[in-house]
Design a protein around this ligand. Structure first.
Ligand code: ZN
Length: 144
């Protein structure tokens, strides 16, 4: 019943991306999702276990770019551990789990992607890039 609102939220992030660009004096991390042509370059300023700043550059489908915009907005200011918990919640939602609007904020607008498995890699591209940048180990297989 919220699908129109969700679509508006996704398009808003796609058209007016938050935290777009690159940070100075950081080593950017790049990832691609070849089958869709999505690309992302993530810059991170992490100090003392806190994500002080984050920016992304990239292009691709509306789901990948909106998800990146939402992710950067959500994790800025979080500790690395908090960001990882958020990633787990987001992945849970994409597997059809509960979408907690308090925790996930605008990211609940992507909950419909759970019904479009082929687009899940688009929605998680930014998060996978963040995981690579932060050196998170892969989740155990039962959590994929
Ligand atoms: Zn895509």
């Amino acid at each position: 019943m919220f699908s129109d609102l969700y679509q508006q939220t996704v398009l808003d992030h796609y058209r007016r991306p938050r935290n777009k660009g690159r940070l100075d004096d950081t080593e950017p991390v790049c990832r691609r999702h070849p089958s869709c042509g999505d690309e992302v370059t993530l810059s991170l300023d992490v100090r003392d276990g806190v994500i002080h700043d984050i920016a992304f550059d990239g292009h691709g489908c509306s789901i990948s770019q909106a998800s990146l915009s939402m992710m950067t907005e959500a994790v800025k200011g979080l500790t690395v551990d908090e960001a990882r918990e958020l990633y787990e919640s987001f992945r849970g939602m994409l597997k059809g789990g509960e979408a907690d609007v308090i925790e996930l904020g605008d990211m609940v607008a992507l909950s419909g992607v759970a019904r479009l498995p082929v687009r899940i890699p688009c929605a998680t591209l930014g998060w996978e890039t963040l995981a690579a940048a932060l050196g998170w180990t892969e989740a155990p297989p039962e959590h994929r």
